[in-house]
Write a protein that binds this ligand. Structure first.
Ligand SMILES: Cc1ncc(COP(=O)(O)OP(=O)(O)O)c(N)n1
Ligand SMILES: Cc1nc(C(=O)O)sc1CCOP(=O)(O)O
Ligand SMILES: [Mg+2]
Length: 219
């Protein structure tokens, strides 16, 4: 069952780079407004991640976010849940070590974007690349308040991402203060939550991150 926003999957997969915004747990419609402001300012990819809402509420919230992404031609990724992805007509899913198996998602949704967390493992990133993942995410390299069970990894692992030829994103505690420490590596982009949603000037923060991504040739 497809959702109401089906798009050319090949075209949308070409957009997997730059500034990847991940939503905080839903705490009100301010998040919808903040997300649209961030996307209007240049966010390249959006992920709806919500660990507290009911499935029904996630459907309602996700439809609003899907519509914004559709309006601005931004890839819309859903965290963890392939059924939610399917009903929302999202472009893809992000899965980690505790989520639905990669093989299941790939077999059921062969054309959707599948992003995989590989934390600090080059070996895992190469495995999922071989299995057909569309991007991988490394991190956290810095402390984060957003994901309480985040594993802190050694940033030096990024020295070894050369053999990975799918997009590599970095996530976890990314800020203005540490962004240069990750952008100097051959990554494709950064994924952030609080650096944007907790900032008092969303447009300015997005513009800053975009300028840094351009400075390092990532956008
Ligand atoms: C872009 C991106 N990177 C990493 C994650 C973390 O995924 P996971 O380890 O499955 O943890 P939860 O987000 O499910 O708590 C992500 N969601 N997005
Ligand atoms: C969703 C997520 N995954 C992580 C991982 O380590 O895999 S860290 C994280 C939260 C990132 O939020 P912030 O930008 O506010 O630190
Ligand atoms: Mg997950």
């Amino acid at each position: 069952m497809g959702g109401y926003h089906q798009r050319n999957k090949r075209w949308i997969k070409m957009k997997l780079k730059g500034l990847y915004l991940v939503t905080p747990d839903y705490s009100g419609d301010w998040i919808i407004n903040a997300t649209e402001r961030a996307i209007k300012s240049g966010v390249d990819i959006l992920q709806y991640r919500d660990k507290t809402s009911t499935f029904r509420d996630k459907l309602a919230i996700g439809k609003k976010l899907a519509s914004i992404c559709h309006d601005y031609s931004v890839p819309f990724i859903v965290d963890d849940d392939p059924v939610l992805m399917d009903i929302l007509g999202a472009d893809g899913i992000h899965i980690g070590k505790d989520d639905v198996p990669f093989d299941y998602v790939k077999s059921k949704y062969p054309d959707h974007i599948i992003g995989v967390s590989t934390y600090g493992s080059i070996k895992d990133a190469l495995l999922y690349q071989k299995l057909g993942a569309d991007y991988v995410a490394f991190g956290s390299f810095f402390p984060t308040k957003t994901k309480d069970d985040a594993t802190i990894c050694d940033i030096n692992v990024l020295k070894g991402i050369g053999p990975i030829n799918i997009p590599v994103f970095v996530i976890g505690g990314i800020s203005r203060e540490n962004i240069d420490l990750v952008l100097k590596y051959g990554i494709s982009g950064i994924a952030v939550v609080s650096a944007i949603y907790s900032h008092n000037d969303i447009e300015d923060q997005v513009s800053y991150f975009k300028s840094k991504l351009i400075e390092y040739g990532k956008n």
